[in-house]
Ligand binder design. Structure first.
Ligand SMILES: [Zn+2]
Length: 311
């Protein structure tokens, strides 16, 4: 059994930052967004978090040999075909009822092999997949050989919506490619759907720990200790000397990682200040802020966020 910490939630909720912090803990091997490995790494040979191209990264080459006898043995078209057939948000109700669509075992098997190989290569107690997609978490729920534990990361829907309006480039693509952008109302609806499906996953018996982005940044030590307990990490994981309290909040010393795919923050190494990104409070126009607040009100309040009036 390989222990997998799956980081779930809507994008721009802080999952990449959380994965970077978890990666500093003893016994943890962060893999990035494995859902994108098949295209961005196997086909496009984009850069690993360590800076090398996927095909030149020693870690991922070892994982490929351990998992499949080499990446050449994997046909990315087959993985895409399976993903299109089973890993779809519209299949969640069916997956939730425990019905396995055709191809599910084969699809989940690819992930299972990658996780087990990464754990074997690194000797880690747990691997982290920050793929975020709830449909993938539902697929992995029945996968043999995976001890799945889901960390559901939520962030204030208005902060998420503002972030999706901004222009972010993808440095690893080395073209002028931008990350996707969404309108605030579109983000709000996606925020509801993704967060609700992780809530349902927890009610189906999968261990799900919900953490708030804002709490992670306010008290990273307490949040990460809670996560270390949730993941049954070794005692040494509770030692967090890479986090330092300063007069101006915490800073984290981040070492390199072998994140296969994800947002540009996966390349950052060195000392990083841990500050909440609250730009939306100033920069998201009031009308849009109210619209997003209204569309996401039930879950916002269930998660303990304050909203309404002028906030
Ligand atoms: Zn690497």
């Amino acid at each position: 059994m390989v222990r997998v910490l799956f980081l779930g939630g809507l994008g721009r909720s802080g999952t990449t930052l959380l994965e970077r912090l978890l990666g500093q803990l003893a016994g943890v091997s962060p893999l990035g967004e494995v859902v994108h490995l098949w295209q961005r790494d196997l086909v496009d040979d984009e850069r690993c978090g360590c800076g090398d191209r996927f095909s030149a990264c020693g870690f991922w080459q070892k994982v490929g040999v351990e998992a499949f006898g080499g990446w050449d043995a994997v046909d990315p078209r087959r993985v895409h075909e399976l993903a299109a057939a089973v890993e779809r948000t519209r299949h969640i109700p069916r997956l939730a009822l425990g019905r396995k669509p055709k191809g599910l075992d084969e699809y989940a098997g690819y992930y299972s092999k990658v996780y087990s190989a990464a754990a074997a290569v690194t000797g880690a107690t747990a691997v982290v997949d920050s793929s975020k997609h709830s449909a993938l978490a539902y697929c992995l729920r029945h996968a043999p050989g995976i001890d799945l534990r889901v960390v559901h990361v939520v962030r204030d829907s208005r902060g998420v919506a503002y972030s999706w309006t901004k222009k972010v480039m993808r440095p690893e693509a080395e073209t002028d490619e931008e990350m996707t952008r969404y309108s605030p109302s579109r983000s709000a609806l996606l925020w509801n759907a993704h967060n609700a499906s992780f809530g349902l996953l927890g009610r189906l018996g999968v261990p799900v720990l919900r953490i708030r982005y804002e709490e992670l940044l306010a008290d990273p030590v307490a949040t990460l200790r809670n996560l270390a307990t949730f993941a049954d990490l070794p005692e040494a994981a509770h030692e967090m000397s890479f986090l330092r309290a300063t007069d101006d909040g915490y800073v984290a010393d981040l070492g390199p990682s072998h994140s296969a795919a994800g947002n540009p923050m996966r390349f950052t190494i060195g000392t990083v200040p841990l500050r909440r990104d609250e730009a939306w409070r100033r920069s998201l126009p009031k009308g849009q802020r109210r619209l997003v607040g209204a569309l996401t009100a039930p879950l916002l309040s269930a998660y303990g966020y304050r909203f309404g009036g002028t906030t």
